[in-house]
Design a protein around this ligand. Structure first.
Ligand code: SF4
Ligand code: SF4
Length: 290
């Protein structure tokens, strides 16, 4: 089962939930964890995996042959991402904006564009507590997180991790293209939210993406329960979103998180709650009530 842990913004406890869920899942069956928060992967800080493989992630970008280019402007016209600009005596490629779609090379009437590989990040993989673990990393200065996430998922598929009982993915925060890529193909989205007005706003955005756009079953984990207000609870009720777990606002949870210790290792009493979360996720993904 492919579970994606997401949230409308960073700092809501997504990684806290993903790492403990994966550790408990590994005790019940076979689990794998993907850290797809490729701009700032931090699950490894908690799980301390031993990495045994590294592979570069490349994207094809256009290279213009100045000798053949007539500066006709066709490539800039077809580029949906404003990644090419043609001025009277130059054709400029902005690699950071390029999505590697190949359209410019396809449409160039002079055959002046060829595509060349450019390294934009890497995939690190290994083992953590007997669990398969991989993380994507976007190279500093690069802007395109989506190809790294796609490569990370492809890696998991090629390695047979999709056949694990639980393939858990820690998604990037927000609701941008990278999150959509992380959620695509999942069996269920678990959205982590804080019970505050900002938390509610971000949750609503995340629900729009996961449920309304991608038609995924969605469940909610409320983190820092007891702080803030009842807005998230009320919204979940009205929107028919099951609340799968509540993590209380407690100083010792924050302390163990700050120390880089997974919640279920620092406080084993939470193992029962995470095992329950896993069961609820399973039921919801199968179309039942959580
Ligand atoms: S389409 Fe080809 S020939 Fe025209 S400006 Fe672009 S690279 Fe140059
Ligand atoms: S490959 Fe696609 S995104 Fe990149 S410059 Fe060409 S048309 Fe634009």
């Amino acid at each position: 089962m492919k579970i994606v842990i997401a949230s409308g913004k960073g700092g809501t406890g997504k990684t806290l939930v993903a790492t403990s869920l994966a550790l408990v899942a590994q005790q019940i069956g076979r689990a794998a964890l993907l850290d797809a928060d490729v701009e700032e992967p931090n699950a490894a800080l908690f799980l301390q995996p031993i990495f045994h493989s590294e592979r570069a992630v490349e994207q094809m970008v256009p290279l213009v042959d100045a000798a053949r280019c007539t500066h006709c402007g066709r490539c800039a016209e077809v580029c949906q991402f404003n990644a090419i600009a043609v001025v009277p005596d130059k054709t400029l490629v902005f690699g950071d904006l390029c999505h590697g779609c190949g359209s410019c090379a396809l449409h160039c009437p002079e055959g002046a564009i060829r595509e060349v590989p450019k390294t934009i990040g890497r995939i690190l993989s290994g083992q953590a507590d007997g669990m398969s673990f991989a993380q994507g990393e976007l190279q500093v200065g690069e802007a395109m997180a989506t190809p790294i996430i796609r490569a990370l998922k492809r890696y998991a598929r090629d390695e047979g991790w999709e056949q694990a009982d639980w393939l858990i993915q820690d998604a990037p925060p927000g609701t941008a293209c990278s999150v959509i890529e992380a959620l695509r193909g999942a069996d269920i989205a678990v959205l982590v939210a804080e019970p505050t007005p900002f938390g509610l706003h971000d949750l609503q955005m995340a629900v729009q993406v996961a449920r309304d756009v991608l038609s995924l079953p969605v469940g909610v984990v409320i983190n820092k329960d007891g702080a803030g207000d009842q807005g998230v609870e009320a919204y979940c009720r009205e929107a028919g979103l099951p609340i799968l777990m509540r993590l209380p606002l407690r100083r010792e949870i924050a302390s163990s998180y700050a120390a880089g210790i997974p919640l279920v290792q620092a406080h084993p009493e939470f193992k029962v709650a995470f095992a329950g979360l896993l069961r609820s996720i399973h039921r919801l993904a199968q179309g039942g009530a959580a």
